[in-house]
Design a protein around this ligand. Structure first.
Ligand code: PEP
Ligand code: MN
Length: 337
């Protein structure tokens, strides 16, 4: 439900409405706008109805949110969210660029990748220290040592660090090191992890699951916002289809659908979306053309020697060329990079 406060309502009015919402068993999420304040009230829908709040002097209207996802929907917040992620605006005219290796492998590798990311124009360095691998025999990541290396790369380049969390028990450790916690495709519907990351209040890069519908994906994102964590960046990374020419099928339909349904920023990962380095630049341009707010690109100083996802990783100069190719497309759709 959305509770719309009357124009000119005071901070005390808001406190009273929030208390009433809480007393009725819902969680209040206020948005204080220039002209109006609204309160999103979410909770178990079988609880007491909130229509009674219309009787309060300061309340203009109580409106139901019809979508199954509430706080992520544009019904709750019609204007696009421009997030402040560790000082970097995400969702505004400037594209957010995240680049780095699939996995943090060594001091030399992550430093070289970070410098390449920065040279190409990225604001964020990605790199997995905890890796969710399909096989238990594949490289699982350097774990805490990898986090130390990411922190060093951040200190050297100033890039913000995005790294994946795969388990609830690792959340406190990751929170210490990361600027953005990545929740990967395999954990898109891991609701315990979503709740724990939501509670951490750290910004989140939340990837779509490979077999998750857009509706399921947005309901999963709701777990993060329901914990009061609104710093959530969505990421389309390809879905599983019958097609085998590419690793996944990059669902660019999802971009305008998500932009219509939610106020949250949406970026695209054409590296996992295609699984083929040579296809990444074209799909990066397409992603920006259809309205994505940024890109996540896997790069590696020596893709042939990568411990994970080498075939889809760009070399440093290829990343620079990718960004140069994206620039005119960005300009054509009113964005900058
Ligand atoms: C990754 O970003 O390296 C990764 C594991 O991605 P996804 O969760 O999209 O497969
Ligand atoms: Mn990867």
């Amino acid at each position: 439900m959305i509770i719309v406060l009357k124009c000119g309502s005071t901070a005390e009015d808001l406190t009273r409405v929030e208390k009433r919402v809480t007393d009725l068993g819902y969680r209040p999420h206020p948005i204080v706008g220039v002209e109006r304040t609204i309160v999103g009230a979410v909770g178990r829908e079988d609880k007491t109805p909130l229509h009674d709040l219309e009787a309060m002097e300061c309340v203009e209207a109580v409106i139901p949110i019809l979508r199954p996802y509430k706080l992520v929907s544009r019904e709750f917040k019609p204007e696009t969210s421009v997030l402040d992620i560790a000082g970097i605006p995400v969702g505004g005219p400037a594209l957010a660029i995240m680049a780095g290796p699939c996995s943090v492998e060594s001091h030399e590798q992550i430093l070289a990748a970070a410098e390449a990311a920065q040279r190409g124009g990225a604001q964020f360095l990605r790199g997995g220290a905890f890796k969710p691998r399909t096989s238990p025999y594949a490289f699982q990541g350097l774990r805490e040592e990898g986090l130390e290396l990411l922190a060093e790369a951040r200190a050297t380049t100033g890039l913000k660090v995005v790294t994946e969390v795969v388990s609830v028990k690792d959340v406190p450790l990751l929170v210490e090191y990361a600027d953005v916690l990545q929740i990967g495709a395999r954990n898109c519907q891991n609701y315990a992890l979503l709740s724990a990351v939501g509670e951490s209040q750290k910004p989140v890069l939340f990837k779509r699951g490979m077999a998750t519908t857009i509706k399921e994906y947005l309901q999963a994102a709701e777990y993060l916002l329901d914990k009061g964590n609104f710093n959530v960046i969505l990421c389309e990374r390809g879905i599983r289809t019958f097609e085998t020419a590419t690793r996944n099928t990059l669902d660019l339909n999802a971009v305008p659908v998500l932009k219509r349904e939610t106020h949250l920023p949406v970026i695209v990962d054409p590296s996992h979306g295609t699984g083929v380095a040579a296809l990444v630049p074209a799909m990066a341009r397409a992603a920006i053309a259809c309205g994505a707010d940024g890109l996540m690109i896997e790069i590696h100083p020596n893709p042939g020697a990568a411990l994970s996802d080498g075939p889809q990783s760009l070399k440093p100069d290829e990343f620079e060329e990718l960004i140069a190719g994206v620039r005119p497309v960005a300009q054509a759709v009113g964005r900058t990079v």
